[in-house]
Design a protein around this ligand. Structure first.
Ligand SMILES: Nc1nc2c(c(=O)[nH]1)N[C@H]1C(S)=C(S)[C@@H](COP(=O)(O)O)O[C@H]1N2
Ligand SMILES: [Mo]
Length: 579
C-alpha cells in the first residue's frame, strides 16, 4: 500500500477539504431559480410561428375535411371506390387467436412507460429548449424553440437558457433537472425496449404479426377509403377482432416498426461515445440532426396517442376495451372496468412521479445508476476517434458553468497566469507542480473535436494542449490509483469547489488533453483559462475548466457528497457519462 501525497491548497490546507457536501433531495430555496420559457415556436424561413396556431387551424381543417368527405361520398365514383375497398383488404389474412394476455399486458406496460419516457424527454429538452439542423447550435439558426432569442448584450450560458416546466408535464418540472430526468428517461427506456423486444418475439412467433404488417398493396386504397369514411362521420364496419382496417394497420405499423426504432437510434446518436465513433454517420446524422429527428418521432407518438385514444372511444368503446383489456369478444362491458383501472394506475404514476423525484432525488439517481449504469460503462469503452476539419469549427461555442470569482483567481489572471501552478499529487511516485511555461514546453497536441453538453447543445472547436498521458508519465501514478480527480479554481453553482472524477483508462486516451488553447488562441476566461480538460468520450460537465489540481485516488466516496463530481453531488448526474 502506497502513501498518498496530499495536495495543499494555497489558503486552507488540504485541497479536498474545499469540497462541499450536498442534499439528497431538491431543496427549492437552493435550486436553480425558475425561469419561464415561451409557448413553442417554429421557424419557417425567417418567420417564427406560435405552435398554438395548430389548434384553430387544425379545427378549421377538420371541419373542411368533414364537409369534403361527406360531399365526396355522394359521388358514385367514390361510392364504387368504397365498395371495392371497404377498409379492410379482401385478401388480408385474418388472425384467429384473439387478443392474448401477453398482448394486453404489454399494451398496458407500454402506456405506462411511454407516459414516463415522454414526460422525462420533454424535461430533457427544456434544459436546452432549442432544436437545430446544424451541429454548431449558433443562436438564431434553430428551427424550434420554447425560449426567447438568445440575448446579445451579455454572456448567456447554456444553463441560463434552461426553462422551467409545470410539474405535471416534465419530470420533475423544476428548471435544470436534466440529471434526474435522464435517469427516468434512460431507465424506463430500458424497460420499454425490453418490453418491445418481447413484443417483437411474441408477435412473430404467433400469428399476431399479421395484424400489424400489411401484406398487400391494397392496404393503401383501403386506408384512403377508411379515412374518407371516418371523415364523413359515417364509419366503416369494424372487424378488429380478426383484422384491422388499412388506416389502422398503417398507423400501427409506422408506430411499432418505424417510429420506435427511429427514436432508439436517434437517442443513441446524441451520445459523445457513440457519435464520435461513427465517422461520416456521426457527421451527417450529427447530434442536432439526431435530436431534431428524435423530437419529430416524439411528435408522431403524441399525435398517434391522441388519435388512437380518440378512436378507441368513438369507434366502439365497449368492443375496443373488451379486446385490448379483457381479450374477449363480447357484448358486455367486461374490458371497460379494466381499461379504467389501467388509466387510474397510469394516472397515479403520473401524479406521483414529479413530487417523488423532488423528494427522493438521490434515490432516483442511485436507482438509475443501478439500472443503466452498466450500459454507460460499456459505452465508455467505445473510445472516440472523431477528429474534424478546420472548416467544421463552430462560429459560436456556447459557454457554460459557474465562473471563477475568487480573489486568488483574480490575482492569477492579473499576473497573466505567471504564478499559476498545476498541482498534481495523490497516489503518485513523484508529485509535481507545473507552471504554464512548463506545460507549454511539453509536446503540444491539437485536435478538432465535438463538445457534447449534457443539456443538448454541441459545438466544434480546435483544442491545443498537453496530453494527459504525458502528465501521467511525469508523475507515475501507483497501480492502485483508480481515478483522477480534477479540482477547479472555481466554485460550483451551489457553493463549494467544482471538481470531477475520471476513470484512469480515459486519462490514457490519445485524445485526452489539458487544453490551454482554443481555436488557435490562448484559452479565454469564459472557456476555462488557464487550463481545462478535454476527454472526448464524456459529456461536457466532466471537462473541468480553470483546473487547479489533479489528484489520483483509490476511491471517491469520501470526496464532496461522494458521487464522483460536483454535478453528480449537487445535480444528481451520473459519474460515467459517455451517453
Ligand atoms: N469549473 C467548472 N468547469 C466546468 C463547468 C463549471 O460549471 N465549472 N461546467 C461544465 C459544463 S456543464 C460544460 S458543458 C463545459 C462548458 O465548457 P465551455 O464553457 O467551454 O463551453 O464546461 C464544464 N466545466
Ligand atoms: Mo454541460
Amino acid at each position: 500500500m502506497h502513501d498518498s501525497v496530499e495536495i495543499k491548497h494555497a489558503r486552507d490546507g488540504a485541497i479536498n477539504d474545499t469540497l462541499s457536501s450536498a442534499d439528497d433531495r431538491i431543496v427549492l430555496s437552493k435550486w436553480t431559480p425558475p425561469r419561464e420559457g415561451i409557448v413553442p415556436h417554429i421557424r419557417l424561413g425567417n418567420r417564427w410561428f406560435n405552435v398554438l396556431w395548430v389548434i384553430p387551424l387544425g379545427a378549421a381543417a377538420l371541419v373542411l375535411l368533414i364537409a369534403l368527405a361527406q360531399n365526396l361520398r355522394e359521388l358514385s365514383t367514390v361510392q364504387n371506390f368504397i365498395r371495392r375497398y371497404p377498409g379492410i383488404a379482401q385478401n388480408a389474412p385474418s388472425v384467429d387467436t384473439g387478443f392474448p394476455w401477453w398482448l394486453q399486458l404489454q399494451h398496458f406496460l407500454n402506456m405506462l412507460f411511454m407516459m414516463l419516457i415522454m414526460r422525462a424527454g420533454i424535461q430533457i429538452l427544456a434544459d436546452h429548449p432549442r432544436l437545430y439542423w446544424n451541429r454548431d447550435c449558433t443562436p438564431g439558426t434553430e428551427w424550434f424553440r420554447f425560449q426567447h432569442p438568445v440575448p446579445k448584450d451579455r454572456i448567456w450560458t447554456a444553463k441560463d437558457d434552461a426553462v422551467s416546466l409545470p410539474g405535471w408535464l416534465g419530470i420533475p418540472g423544476l428548471r435544470h433537472t436534466i440529471g434526474l430526468a435522464r435517469w427516468w428517461h434512460f431507465s424506463v427506456d430500458l424497460l420499454w425496449v425490453l418490453n418491445g423486444l418481447v413484443f417483437y418475439v411474441m408477435l412473430f412467433s404467433t400469428d399476431q404479426w399479421l395484424r400489424l404488417v400489411p401484406l398487400t398493396w391494397d392496404v393503401f386504397p383501403n386506408a384512403l377509403s377508411t379515412a374518407i369514411q371516418y371523415a364523413s362521420l359515417n364509419f366503416p364496419t369494424e372487424s378488429s377482432w380478426t383484422r384491422y382496417n388499412g388506416l389502422q394497420q398503417l398507423s400501427y405499423f409506422v408506430t411499432v416498426f418505424i417510429a420506435a426504432p427511429v427514436s432508439i437510434a436517434t437517442g443513441l446518436l446524441q451520445a459523445p461515445a457513440i457519435s464520435n465513433r461513427l465517422g461520416l454517420l456521426g457527421t451527417v446524422l450529427n447530434r442536432q440532426v439526431a435530436r431534431s429527428i428524435h423530437f419529430i418521432s416524439f411528435t408522431w407518438f403524441v399525435f398517434f396517442i391522441l388519435a388512437h385514444g380518440i378512436m378507441v372511444f368513438i369507434t366502439g368503446l365497449r368492443e375496443n376495451t373488451n379486446h385490448m383489456f379483457a381479450g374477449v369478444k363480447s357484448q358486455h362491458w367486461v374490458g371497460f372496468p379494466l381499461f379504467l383501472l389501467a388509466l387510474i394506475l397510469v394516472g397515479l404514476a403520473w401524479w406521483a412521479a414529479s413530487p417523488f423525484t423532488v423528494k427522493h432525488a438521490r434515490l432516483v439517481q442511485k436507482t438509475g445508476r443501478l439500472m443503466v449504469g452498466w450500459i454507460k460503462a460499456v459505452a465508455e469503452w467505445w473510445a472516440p476517434t472523431a477528429e474534424l476539419r478546420k472548416s467544421d469549427i463552430s462560429p459560436h461555442f456556447w459557454p457554460n458553468g459557474t465562473m471563477p470569482n475568487s480573489a486568488e483567481y483574480e490575482r492569477l489572471l492579473k499576473g497573466k497566469f505567471r504564478d499559476y501552478r498545476l498541482r498534481v499529487g495523490g497516489l503518485v511516485e513523484t508529485s509535481r507542480e507545473f507552471s504554464l511555461a512548463d506545460l507549454k514546453r511539453m509536446p503540444k497536441q491539437k485536435q478538432i473535436t465535438t463538445h457534447f453538453c449534457i443539456q443538448g447543445w454541441s459545438g466544434v472547436a480546435e483544442w491545443g494542449g498537453v496530453r494527459m498521458s504525458d502528465i501521467l508519465d511525469a508523475v507515475k501514478p501507483f497501480p492502485e490509483a483508480r481515478y483522477a480527480v480534477f479540482y477547479s479554481l472555481a466554485d460550483g453553482s451551489d457553493g463549494g469547489r467544482y471538481y470531477d472524477v475520471h476513470e484512469m483508462f480515459n486519462m490514457r486516451h490519445r485524445l485526452t488533453i489539458l487544453a490551454y488553447e482554443m481555436n488557435g488562441h490562448a484559452l479565454s476566461v469564459l472557456h476555462g483559462a488557464p487550463l481545462r480538460l478535454r476527454c472526448e468520450n464524456e459529456l461536457g460537465f466532466k471537462m473541468v475548466k480553470w483546473i487547479e489540481a489533479i489528484e489520483f485516488v483509490r476511491e471517491f466516496s469520501d470526496l464532496g457528497a461522494g458521487q464522483g463530481g460536483y454535478n453528480e453531488d449537487h445535480e444528481f448526474y451520473g459519474y460515467r457519462m459517455p451517453i
